[in-house]
Design a protein. Structure first.
Length: 276
């Protein structure tokens, strides 16, 4: 039996649980929807939401009568992960390429059998985070994302089984892989070629290439995703190539050792990364 922690504050726990309800499938919710998901009375829910709104952790759209995460969440996330060694090192090398080719980069890690996005690099300050479905600190499913594919593919067999056992395999777009056996074949291909490609499997208009970051023991520690809304396939892949060229020689051994070589495929007329 789990021992009760006498130092927890029930109202704070409720507020934090409410914030966790805002995920990729529930980015905006009405008071009724939040109350139902939290199994909480509307009166209590309203007081908590208004408190969170006063501190900018949620915001309320009076036109749609829906709540969504506020700017304080993004500021807090950015502050938390700016001190993360891995995120800091990776960010220092992706920013220039991201700006040059107008692409977005995401960094994801495995935390307690959950795949979580821990950092995002935008191409410019005018790019709105509300254009993206991804939430920093948010959990993502493995079957329909590049980060999910890479982390699942290179995880140890037991971890990979747990990830797939809990995966919904829900259809997010016409391109989503919904069959577990088919997905396992895709993971085998990812392991062989050393990277994952995702073309509209989560969001139909989005394409990305994702590659692993290994630790000194060559164990998967993170996945870095480069994505585009409209860039040509060629420029999108060339961006990934440029990025890897910056990461490999400078990334400290304690954070990861990336070995790669670039090959050109005439069939696809694109640049690919082959990890060795």
């Amino acid at each position: 039996m789990e021992k009760k922690n006498d130092y927890t504050i029930a109202s704070v726990q409720r507020a934090l649980r409410i914030l966790k309800l805002f995920d990729n499938q529930h980015k905006e919710m009405t008071l009724t929807e939040i109350s139902n998901r939290a199994d909480m009375r509307k009166g209590t829910m309203l007081r908590i939401l208004e408190t969170l709104r006063a501190e900018h952790f949620v915001r309320y759209d009076s036109r749609t009568k829906r709540y969504q995460l506020g700017v304080a969440i993004y500021m807090l996330s950015a502050s938390a992960f700016s001190f993360n060694d891995l995120a800091a090192v990776v960010r220092s090398y992706v920013e220039s390429v991201t700006r040059e080719l107008n692409l977005v980069a995401h960094l994801g890690v495995l935390q307690e059998d959950k795949i979580v996005l821990i950092d995002r690099v935008l191409p410019n300050s005018n790019f709105s985070v509300y254009d993206l479905y991804s939430i920093i600190g948010g959990e993502i499913e493995p079957h329909c994302t590049g980060v999910g594919k890479v982390i699942s593919a290179f995880a140890d067999p037991e971890t990979r089984k747990r990830l797939l056992d809990t995966c919904s395999f829900a259809r997010k777009s016409p391109n989503t892989i919904t069959d577990r056996q088919e997905y396992e074949r895709v993971l085998e291909k990812v392991r062989q070629q050393g990277y994952a490609v995702n073309v509209g499997e989560n969001e139909e208009y989005l394409k990305c290439i994702t590659y692993p970051i290994f630790d000194a023991k060559h164990e998967i520690m993170a996945a870095l995703r480069r994505e585009s809304f409209s860039a040509s396939t060629r420029s999108w892949m060339i961006a990934a190539t440029k990025l890897c060229g910056g990461l490999q020689p400078r990334c400290p051994r304690s954070l990861g050792r990336v070995l790669y070589k670039v090959i050109y495929s005439k069939t696809w007329e694109t640049m690919f990364l082959l990890w060795i």
